[in-house]
Design a protein around this ligand. Sequence first.
Ligand code: CA
Ligand code: CA
Length: 371
Amino acid sequence: MRLAMPLVIVCVLLCVTAQVGWCADAKYELQTIALTATSSLEVTLAAGETNAAVYVDADGKWKKLAVGKTATGVRFSLPDDAVGSTVVLLNKPKWLTLPDTEPPVLEAVSVGGISLDVKAEGMNAGRFAETPKSITLTVSDKLNPLAGGRVRVTIDGLEASECGAQVNITQSKDGKHADIAIEPGKLAAEKHAVGVTVVDATPRHNTLEMAVAFSTAPLLQNGGFEKVKSGGFAQNWRHAAWGRKPDTEYETTVAKGKGRSGNALKITGIAGHLYLIVGQQVEAEGGKTYVISGYYKTDGEGACAASFYGKPEGELKEQYISGPMMPAAPDWTPFSWEFTAGEGHPLYEVFVWSKYQGDVYFDDLELKLKQ
Ligand SMILES: [Ca+2]
Ligand SMILES: [Ca+2]
């Protein structure tokens, strides 16, 4: 049986793979020949030099393969224990150790200079004010070099090259360690996931897949009130009247075009008992100090404030703290208030509120971790 074509096809595939890899360094690439046969047979291939040829038997053991030369290539008999599916290496490189069924191991990860626990389930680097400049990983393989040209990086499901990210791979001399540096560039202000796949340079390509999450989303969403839900309510915010009584009359809506720019939040107390709040759940961390800032203005008597709430749990009582009452102000007036989140609350929420008759407007609200 003459099998000149399969090797040609295999070679073409390898060449294409090397070109689409991140790193042009194909030092640790293998030329493998996958064969499927239902009985022992003699194989003739158009191939060049061979050296230390091996094949894998049905039990996964790698064995020497006797290869003879022909006028145009090589010839070998497929042994009985290779019947079924096997992989043949005509040139087993000196650096290749077989068998190897272990995938590469992640040794270290850092995002924006912050090291993460590689043993943790679901690695999350938390929140960053800006896209971290670099995400670095160290990967190693006990037995074999890593296939540096096959490292694959995705950001939010897209190939790194599609997002304009840079990926640099530095391998140790023996190829068994690699430092992978990912420069994501500028990403949108939202949650992100970086996926990395690393394979060892073995015929079976034992694979390490890992993902790390981080967020560049603002702590407070839609603080400019430009996103509006049906009913005129602000997206991401909940509108409510605390301790509402039968005589309570109020309106809390987005006032289109009434903001410092675009829309504003408008809280209107009309009659009766008034404790009108518009709040948003936030990912605060207990023990940390935050600053809420923004602009407000009032018509009539209006006075208002910002406040912060930590939900009770078990023995832990609720935390409710309020910023100073802000006096009536006919024009857009900046405010800021800092507070420290209590430890251990299962949920945190920030509010702006008014207890007065008349209109109070808020716009450009931001919540930031105090530096
Ligand atoms: Ca391995
Ligand atoms: Ca606005």
